[in-house]
Design a binder for this molecule. Sequence first.
Ligand SMILES: Cc1cc2nc3c(=O)[nH]c(=O)nc-3n(C[C@H](O)[C@H](O)[C@H](O)COP(=O)(O)OP(=O)(O)OC[C@H]3O[C@@H](n4cnc5c(N)ncnc54)[C@H](O)[C@@H]3O)c2cc1C
Length: 300
Amino acid sequence: MIDVLVIGGGPAGMGAALVAGRGRMEVVLIDDEKPRNAVTQESHAFLTRDGITPEDFRLAGRSDLLKYPNISVKPGRVKSIERKEDETFEVTTDAGEFIRTKNIVLATGLSETLPKVEDIEKYYGRSLFSCPFCDGWEMKEQPLVLIAETSQALHVVQLLTNWTDDLVVATNGLVVFDSEQKALLERNNIRLIEDTIRELKGSDGQLESVHFEGGEILERTGGFITTELKHPMPFIEQLDLEVSEAGFVVTNMMGQTNIPGIYAAGEITGPSQLIVSASQGHMAGIGIIAQASQANFNRI
Ligand SMILES: Cc1cc2nc3c(=O)[nH]c(=O)nc-3n(C[C@H](O)[C@H](O)[C@H](O)COP(=O)(O)OP(=O)(O)OC[C@H]3O[C@@H](n4cnc5c(N)ncnc54)[C@H](O)[C@@H]3O)c2cc1C
C-alpha cells in the first residue's frame, strides 16, 4: 500500500508529487506522456521558466522529483479506480498492474478538439494558438485570424483586441454570434467571415493565408482558435465525483474532492495555465499531508 498515487505527470501532478514526497509520503506518479501542450514550441509566463519548451519543462520537473527516494515516476495509463470498503483505492493500469493507495491526486488534464479545418494541426502550436495569455505577446500587432466554432468566441475576441487591432473572425460555416454580438464586432471594426474555410496555406507551420469556399483569400501571419475541451478519462463516473455545470471536477482550495482521499488539480478542474496548475498540485500535496497528520495525531 502506498500513500499517494498521482495520476498525470504535467505541472499539476508533478507539483502534487513533489510536495507530498517532501512530506515523507510514499508517492508514485504514473503518466502516459500525452500533455495537451505537447504541440507548442515554447511555454510562456511561468516565472523563471518563460520560453522553455514543454519537453524541457517536464524534464526539469522530473529531475526535481527523482531527488527523493520516496517518489517514483512510472510510464503508463490508469484505466480504472475502485474505492474499497476500508476507504483505500485499487487502481488498475492498462498494462494490468494493480496499485493499492490511501490517496489519489487526479491530474490528468484535458483533451481538446480543434476546429474542423483540414491540416489545422500543422499550424497549431506554431502560428495558431488557443490561449492569448500564453502566446499573445509573440503574436502582438500582427494581422490575425480567430477561427472560432464555439460559444467562447466573443470572450476570446475581446481578449485578443489587447494584442492586435487587425483581427478577422472566421466561424468556418457556422453561426456562432447572434445579431447583437455581430453589431458589437462591427462597432469594434472586427470583420466576421461566416463562409466555410477550404484550406490554410503556409509552410513549416507558419500560416500565410486562409482560403474560403466562396473564393476569398485572407492573408494572415497567424492567429488563435477556440477548442472544445473534455476529460480524457472515465474516473469521474467511476468515483461519482462532483462536477461543475461546465463539466470540471469540483474541489476545495486544498484540491479535496467530494470523495475523501481523492484530490484533483490542474486542468481537470478547469482550463488553466502551467503555473496555476503547478500551484493547484502543490495545494493538493499540502492538503494530503495536513489530512494525514491530523488523522494520525487525533488517533492517539
Ligand atoms: C498549444 C498550447 C500551448 C500552451 N501554452 C502555454 C503557455 O505558454 N504557458 C502556460 O502557462 N500554459 C500553456 N498552455 C496550457 C498548459 O499546457 C496547461 O494549463 C497545463 O499543461 C495543464 O497542466 P495539467 O497538469 O493539468 O495537465 P497536462 O499538462 O495536460 O498533464 C496531464 C498529464 O496526464 C496524463 N494522463 C491523462 N490521463 C491519464 C491516465 N489515465 N493515466 C496516466 N496519465 C494520464 C497526460 O498524458 C498528461 O501527461 C498551453 C496549452 C496548449 C494546448
